[in-house]
Write a protein that binds this ligand. Structure first.
Ligand SMILES: *Cc1c(COP(=O)(O)O)cnc(C)c1O
Length: 384
């Protein structure tokens, strides 16, 4: 689990360095006060370098990152954006905020977007696809990218989970035209609230950078208050304090993901003794960020029993099976803009069947040594 396990003196030192250098909390200007300290800029540069991407843009949250990504598309009334049924509400909220129509489609056994369902759903109104690497396991990104390319449709990766994970040695968030990240307090690395976008295309980057900052072009030949403007926009800027924490957290990313993978393997090994469970699938040649260990049991009643058995040993499950109301589109009656095709009995049926019988064990960095055994003993009481 998240970077919050590892908040410590490195983050504090980073924050202090802002105050030792004039205390400028804004990413732009005040050059005579700040002694060359530009934390947001530094965080962006380090992030892009780490991910082998050309441009990074820091923003105020992961939801903002999605909204800013969508601002680079020329969305017209009636345009549709396809995403997957299993995600956090934020993905769909960003689509709604962009005045596009959200379309949620089924997942496969990776518990991410099913490429076959995508092919069937793409039509003339489809403007973009947002894939999500839910809880750190990559989707079938190679196949989906191919589909998007052949139809000339933009691909956005919601990499709120999956930072540090990769497919074929290429980091998640760098496969699509734009990758978005979240640094909220539950995510793999955190800045309290915060987000990032990655681009390889300079034009997209410039459009996004201006839009997230009221259209500011940050033209170096004029002061900011006389700046040139490229479009309307909004304010989704990151603060220097968030970025300072981000710089320290980014250094810990590799260690976090490695520890996750190691700890997930230890639990997986124990659970492999159960013959009647099925582990979540992962695309070939992929490395996940191992945020959670998800397995499927035979029915939803058993999934709930597993959760109760885990709670008894103070292990809470993560999203599945208990929190699908926030993470499964089928339940989102509260969003009037999201058209739920409830009359169709097969609507999101595959997703429903998979998610209802899924159990998700959170993985932490600081795992107690005997936890895998404890989990096995607890589940052994309910799984036959
Ligand atoms: C957390 C999350 C977001 C939103 O990120 P915030 O930083 O909390 O705004 C978007 N998509 C997914 C899949 C998430 O889990």
């Amino acid at each position: 689990m998240p970077g919050f396990e590892l908040i410590g003196k490195e983050e504090k030192k980073q924050i202090e360095s802002i105050f030792q250098n004039g205390g400028v909390l804004f990413r732009h200007g005040f050059d005579n006060l700040r002694n060359g300290t530009f934390k947001v800029k530094e965080f962006e540069e380090k992030f892009a370098k780490k991910m082998n991407s050309k441009y990074a843009l820091a923003v105020s949250s992961g939801t903002a990152a999605l909204r800013v990504a969508l601002a680079t598309l020329d969305i017209k009334p009636g345009d549709e954006i396809i995403t997957q049924s299993f995600t956090f509400v934020a993905t769909v909220e960003a689509i709604i905020e962009s005045r596009a129509i959200p379309v949620c489609i089924d997942i496969d056994k990776t518990l991410n977007m099913d490429p076959d369902a995508l092919e069937k759903k793409i039509n003339k109104k489809t403007k973009a696809i947002i894939i999500v690497h839910m809880l750190g396991t990559p989707c079938n990104v190679k196949v989906i990218k191919k589909i998007c390319r052949s139809k000339n449709i933009a691909l956005i990766e919601d990499t709120a989970w999956g930072i540090g994970a990769s497919v074929k040695n290429k980091y998640l968030g760098t496969w699509g035209n734009i990758g978005t990240f979240s640094f909220d307090f539950a995510k793999t690395i955190t800045t309290g609230e915060g987000g990032m976008l990655l681009f390889n295309d300079k034009k997209l980057y410039k459009q996004a950078a201006a839009w997230h900052d009221h259209g500011h072009e940050n033209n170096p030949s004029v002061p900011r208050w006389e700046d040139t403007r490229s479009s309307s926009g909004f304010n989704f800027r990151m603060t220097e304090m968030q970025a300072a924490v981000g710089i320290a957290q980014l250094k810990k990313l590799e260690f976090i993901v490695k520890s996750h993978i190691k700890n997930k393997e230890l639990i997986t090994k124990k659970l492999s003794k159960f013959k009647n469970i099925e582990f979540r699938e992962k695309p070939e040649n992929s490395i996940d960020s191992a945020e959670a260990l998800i397995f499927l049991v035979k029915n939803k009643y058993l999934a709930i029993k597993c959760r109760k058995a885990l709670l008894k040993i103070n292990v809470s499950t993560k999203i599945l099976p208990e929190a699908t109301t926030w993470h499964f589109a089928k339940h989102w009656d509260h969003m009037k803009e999201l058209k739920l095709n409830k009359k169709n009995k097969n609507y999101l049926k595959v997703s429903n069947d998979l998610l209802a019988r899924a159990v998700s064990i959170p993985i932490t960095v600081n795992m107690k040594k005997n936890l895998p055994s404890q989990i096995f003993v607890a589940l052994n009481k309910v799984i036959d």
